[in-house]
Every structure is written in C-alpha cells, then in structure tokens.
Design a protein around this ligand. Sequence first.
Ligand code: M6R
Length: 612
Amino acid sequence: MCGIIGYIGNKKAEPILINGLLRLEYRGYDSAGISTIEKNGLKTIKNKGRVSELEKVSGINDLTGTIGIGHTRWATHGKPSSTNSHPHMDNSKKFAVVHNGIIENYADLKDFLKSQNYTFLSETDTEVIPNLIHYYYQTSKNTGSKKLLEAVSNTIKMLKGSYALEILCSDFPDNMIVVRKDSPLVIGKGLNENYISSDIPAILSFTKDFYLLNDNELAFISRDSIEFYDSNLNKIEKIPQNITWNAGAAEKNGYPDFMLKEINEQPMAIRETIGSRITSNSKSIIPDLDGLNKSYLSSINKISIVACGTAMHAGLAGKTLFETLCEIPVEVEAASEFRYRNPLINEKTLCIFISQSGETADTIAALKLAKSKGSKTLAISNVIGSSISREADFTIYTHAGPEIAVASTKAYTSQIVLLAIIAINFAEKLNLNKEKLEELKKDILLLPSQLEEILGNIQNIKNFAQKIYKEKDIFFIGRGIDYTVALEGSLKLKEISYIHSEAYPSGELKHGPIALIENDVTVISILTNRLLVEKSISNIQEVVTRGAKTFIVTNQELNHKFDEVIQIPKTNTLISPVLSIVPLQLLSYYISKEKGLDVDKPRNLAKSVTVE
Ligand code: M6R
C-alpha cells in the first residue's frame, strides 16, 4: 500500500521520480506527488488522482533538482485529496517526507505537537512525522549531519506502527535520509547516484545492486556514498545484494497489461521454480531445507500454513499435498485471523508462511507470533530479501520473476509447485510414499509444457467472457482440491471484474446456495478428480435443471453436453490447480477487458497489503 521512490545523483530527478511512480502505481493510485531540492529550497508538487494527472500539473517539468522523493498513495487516513497527498512538510517547510505505512499513535503525537504550537493541514497520520523531526531538530545540541540523524532517530522512537520513510531537509541539499520498519524499502546503488524504492522492479533498469534495511536502520545517502546506522545511531556496514532479475521482467514486453503477460509467463515461472530442485529418479535437492531434517520432521505434530488472499488459496492446495505425501495434519488459516486468536501451536508445529511480496503486514505479524510460541517458521516468498524472508527461520523462494499486476497469477501457480516440491522433500526424508513421489515428480516436470498447451488455445474462453461479462453474480463449484481452485477463481473474478461471485464445495449446494440458482445464472465448475467425476456431474446437472449456464474446466472425458467445456491436460490431482486455474484467470481477464476496466489496477486494491 503506497509506493515511494527517491533519487539522488546528477540527473534531473523529476522524470526519474515520475517513471518510478508509474511503476509503483500498482501499490496505490489515489494521489501522487514529488518533492525536489531546487536552488531556492524544497519544492513540492502533488495532486489527487493518478501519476498521469501529476504529470500534467503546470511547473512540474520546470523542476531541475537532482535530488527528490515521490509517493503514490493508497489512502488510509484522510480521503484522497491534494492536501492529503504526500510529500508532507513541517510547518517551517524545512522537511519533506513521504511515508508508506500507518502511524497508529498519530493522534497522540498530533496532540503533543499542537501543544507545542504546531498546526496541521491534512487529515493524514503522516503529517506528524515532518513536524516531529522539526521539533527534535530545533532542540538538538548536535551540529551537521548528526543533528539531522538525531532528529530522525528521536522521531522514529516516538512512532508506533509501520513506516518506510524518505526525508529531505533543505539544510542538507546533497543528502536524503531513509528509514523503515515493517514496510518495504530498498536502496539501489549506482555510480555516483542512488535510487530508493518500495520495490526492486521499479528501479531495476538502473541498477541490480541493492541494499536492504532491517527495522529501524537508517541510511544517510549522498550521491556517491551511503552511511548506514542502527536505531541508536551506531554506524553499521552493509553489503549490497546482486539481483538476477532482468530489467525486461518489469516491462510489459508488448502485452497490453501486466496481468496477461504474467498469465503467459507461467510456463517459465514454473520452470524456474522447479530449477534443479527435482529431477525424476533422484532425490530432491533443496539445500535451503537441510535444517528441516528427518528427526525434526518426525517430531512435529502438525503444519500450520498461514497466508492471505491468493497465497492462502495456494496454501489450501499445500494442505492436500502435505497430508497425502507426508501424512502430517495441516491447518490453513488467513494470517489476519491467525494472528489474533491465540492459535494452538508450539515448538512441535512447523508454520509455513506464504507471501509473494513477503511484505504483507498480517502475514509478517503471524510469523512473529509463531516464533514467539516456539514454532519453527518457513517462509515461501517471491522477493529475495523481503521482510518475511528476513524474519523466518528458513526461506525458500519461488522464482516467478516480478509480479506487478494486482491480481496474482504466476505467483499462485509457482507457490503450489514449490509446496509440492517441499512436500516431496519432506516425504523423502520421512521415507514415505516412494512410488507416489516418483510419479508426482514426473508430473511436475510436465507442467510447463502443459501450461503452454492451455495458453495456446484460449479462443473459447474469450468467447465465453463475451457472453457473460454483463452478469451480476457468478458461482464457482468444485470438490476437494477443485474447490480450492473455485475459491481462487472466484477471487480473481471479483477483484478485476467487480462481478459478485461465490465459491462453494459442490456438495454444499443443496445445503443452501442452490436457492440462488435461477434461469441464466452462470455456474463455473472445476472437475479434475476422476474419483469424484460422477458426483460432481450430478451437482452440475442439478444447476442445469434450474436454468444455469455452465462453464466447465476439466481433464476428464464428459459424456454430457454443457455450455462450454475447457479441456486441460491430465495431471496428478495433487497439482491439478496449477493447470485448472489458468482458464479461470483468463476468463476473469477477458471479462474485465470486455467491461473496459483497468485490469492491472482494480479499484480499492493495492498489490502489497502492508497495513492490516
Ligand atoms: O504478497 P502476498 O502474497 O502476501 O499477497 C497476499 C494477498 O494480498 C494477494 O494474494 C491478493 O489476494 C491478490 N490481490 C489476489 O490476486
């Protein structure tokens, strides 16, 4: 939620900031703004609406400063408006600040500052920050950069909540200070220039060397140097990490939207995620999991999988994988529930946290809770060095490449493949289900080419999207692992087409939801389990009898006539969601396009939910 960008170098900052904001806009698009250090001091231009609106504000191209900060907002405190847009300044206009996160105690801080005669223009939580910095700056006995560092350090000691902050001070026209806690921020190192961003892809075309900050570490940045400090202002050393993603991965590369590009990248994402972790006829090789050995795995009483949204749906597929292959009971829970209900976990529980971004606030909080209860924690993330990966005892990465569209697609399928590989690794260590594992490995290795086959044959999906895009309600049904795909298909449809939809286990229909089925309602059914075909067909017939239109995704031969049947290749039921979700991703995509919506940036949503 919210994207922040910064530049310090010898080039004009404004176009670099605007370009970065356009790339970060998927994190929030309620308003945008930038501040640069000009010859005559700090200059701020901000506006309600998207970055394209900011670009039109008169005077923005006249900014010549070579140091600047920028922000694209997903509104939390205060409605979208120009005044509530970032950057925010203190009363004296000496400091400009952009912020991603939430300051939970902002009301108390505001009262304190008001008692010191500070006044406020906006309704935001952020505006207390530049004013607090000013307060401590004024009262500091230090001089030079120490004075500024001390003011920032004292300020963050007062803040409760989450923040990634970029701070400019007109007394330091050649520097910028950044600091983070529970919100993402990376520093890209260039030659006599440095870049700051909420995520790596936004600045990947400028550098591949990145510094990552731990909570409450500060960086004092110049054009040609970066000094790092811990929260007590002791100097610390950091080594940049080299990121192997190529810059093209963050571009649309000829696709009209990131979502369509990312759907089509799934064969590659799966190939990369498999890598050399599994090959047929030999044991899996996952050095990252060596610490979870036979004696540990034999001692655990359950696995808890915790995640949000699509990542949680991948976790539901993971449950079947671990229970079937490793014979360990598995619970799957939304992080936002898990963190507040005192879950029954202990040192005998392995907790797995799945997060594409690795920055989801609820998932990070749930992970911290699990650690506090003595559980071992394993993170699955797509972003190297993300917060979740730094918190967890073990981390294993999907290699899906940057996922930029708000609707998650390739992350989901890569997460399921990685869960399957982890389950295989655990089962091998436990000497369980040898034959099943061999078959499953072969099937996993076939997935990329099977995905290519599905993606090469999409006309019927497009046609069906044209038929149903005006509908108000759509239902998804499935049994077993197909039900988990129904949940994900329904989420995809809701978030990018704004059509109300529900997912039910097929067998639950008669317990209530079938009352909603009337003439012409669309029911989408996923049917990949040979053992459940007949039962599922009966459920579909029951809705057809009541007038429903049917869209079926299956790898079975069906002897019945339905409105649209999308055949997908056969695979092991345990990993069937990797294939069966793809027609549903495409259906949602084409429905959204038919409706003329912004597929990549659906309303009210942001890619990374860094606030709870
Ligand atoms: O980055 P994460 O995997 O932690 O994100 C979790 C959810 O916010 C995310 O999957 C969300 O549900 C997507 N917009 C769904 O498409």
